[in-house]
Design a protein around this ligand. Structure first.
Ligand code: ATP
Length: 438
């Protein structure tokens, strides 16, 4: 299966650039490794991923509240959380010809996978980016760009408890940028140095943690299948072995996707115990316990954390949706996005640039725009070419205004996946499309 899809990553990467989803950051200066910009359709896809997560993690529930904490925090946070001492990866250097740097835990043998040369002894490398506060380097405090959003939820735990009417079990969720100085980034936007996370810390009573852990593993797995519509045969759950657990974790299960380069993590669902709250309580001297209003019991809650990455989900959706078929002897490239994910949901196009078609096409656009993500395309060119372009960005439906529209008040709905066409009166167009989006 992986063999068949060996060139899939290259095809998707090329499509992303061609169609304005992803660009190399600062490309005119030669770029910068593992840092990317997102163009118009990329931004739309990311917004859809984020809002589907927010909808299911917060808006459709009553037990999770939102937060946006800062990227730069008091450096004590990272001392307490263990990131200063423990957020490291083992790094090895090729001592042979290529001098390439590798993550030791990603290698299977003791020779360089690139040139076969010998490797150095592993050294621990801290992944946090360091910068400083104040105008003169060295005179103020060293600070760090956060490597995860989670610590914001722990250090604001008391503020949330005191300001929101929350009771354990409850969660705090946030979406935001994180930064890691990865030793061997790559696979396009799979492993980046600047990326975006969507994390939720769910606080539970100790003893109930294992049940909630199972609950969230199942809920998150379902989200990928049912909400994003990813192919079930390319998704799996993988519990971590004891020796690969993070320093704070009692148990972790990853949601993994079968990428062209093998299985890779999309999201980790960890049982962080009371590790973080305990560490912050000890270091800050603040009481971070929770008082159960019914039993009067006081305790430090345990935490279940589903932690996902927007960029990884984005590349997964692109790879999962990518397809090619043959239309009249030509290869058609199509992104079969789930309708909720598609950057554009309906493209409206007049058959030609003639004035008599433009006016009704603009009216159709105005009719649909309040209800769907609509793109208007009158760039000329053969209608087939314009359909191909919409197929490549994953637009589920095109609505075409032609010369008959002027007399019969009807338009054609063309479907991306089957390429079938149906003629519908403009008067019922909105209802016809709405039915297709249910
Ligand atoms: P890995 O083992 O791949 O380095 P991790 O286990 O360190 O990842 P977590 O700390 O669990 O990752 O982060 C939660 C999520 O954040 C990951 O599942 C992934 O989706 C995303 N993520 C982590 N690091 C990166 C990165 N360098 N680039 C893009 N996304 C990332």
């Amino acid at each position: 299966m992986i063999g068949e899809r060996a060139d899939l990553m290259e095809k998707v990467t090329a499509l992303c650039k061609r169609r304005g989803f992803v660009f190399q950051s600062s490309e005119i200066y030669g770029g910068i490794n593992a840092i990317y910009d997102y163009g118009h359709y990329g931004v739309a896809l990311r917004r859809n991923i984020r809002s589907l997560w927010w909808r299911h993690m917060i808006e459709l529930r009553e037990d999770v509240v939102g937060l946006e904490s800062s990227v730069i925090m008091n450096p004590e946070v990272w001392a307490a959380s263990g990131h200063l001492s423990g957020f490291t990866d083992p790094m090895v250097d090729c001592l042979g010809e290529c001098k390439q740097r590798w993550r030791a835990d990603h290698l299977s043998g003791d020779r360089c996978p690139n040139c076969g040369g010998p490797l150095s002894e592993p050294r621990q490398f801290n992944l946090m980016f360091k910068t400083h506060i104040g105008p003169v380097e060295g005179s103020g405090a060293d600070v760090y760009l956060r490597p995860e959003t989670a610590q914001g939820m722990f250090v604001d735990f008391k503020n949330v408890l005191n300001s929101m009417r929350v009771r354990v079990p409850f969660g705090i969720a946030q979406q935001g940028r994180s930064f890691r100085n990865e030793i061997s980034p790559g696979n396009f936007i799979f492993r980046l140095r600047e990326f975006e996370q969507m994390e939720m810390e769910f606080f539970v009573k100790p003893g109930e943690d294992e049940r909630w852990h199972r609950y969230w593993i199942e809920a998150r797995h379902r989200w990928y299948l049912e909400v994003l519509g990813l192919r079930p045969d390319r998704l799996r759950l993988r519990p971590h072995d004891k020796d690969e657990l993070s320093h704070y974790s009692k148990a972790t299960t990853d949601v993994e996707y079968l990428f062209p380069f093998g299985w890779g993590e999309l999201e980790g669902i960890a049982n962080r115990t009371d590790y973080d709250l305990r560490q912050h309580q000890e270091r800050s001297g603040e009481d971070l316990t929770y008082l159960d209003p019914e039993t009067n019991e006081r305790y430090l809650p345990y935490v279940i954390e589903p932690a996902a990455g927007v960029d990884r989900i984005m590349i997964t959706c692109l790879l999962d949706a990518y397809d090619e078929d043959e239309v009249r002897g030509e290869t058609r490239v199509v992104l079969r996005f789930h309708r909720d994910l598609a950057p554009v949901q309906v493209a409206v196009m007049p058959l030609s640039k003639k004035e008599e078609l433009i006016a009704p096409a603009r009216e159709v656009q105005a009719l649909l725009r309040p209800h769907f993500r609509v793109e208007y395309d009158q760039t000329g060119g053969h209608i087939g070419r314009r359909y191909r372009r919409q197929d490549e960005i994953g637009t589920p439906y095109c609505v075409t205004v032609d010369f008959d529209t002027v007399s019969d008040g009807a338009v054609t709905i063309r479907e991306r996946d089957t390429m079938t066409q149906e003629r519908v009166p403009i008067a019922t167009l909105l209802t016809s499309l709405r039915e297709r989006f249910i």
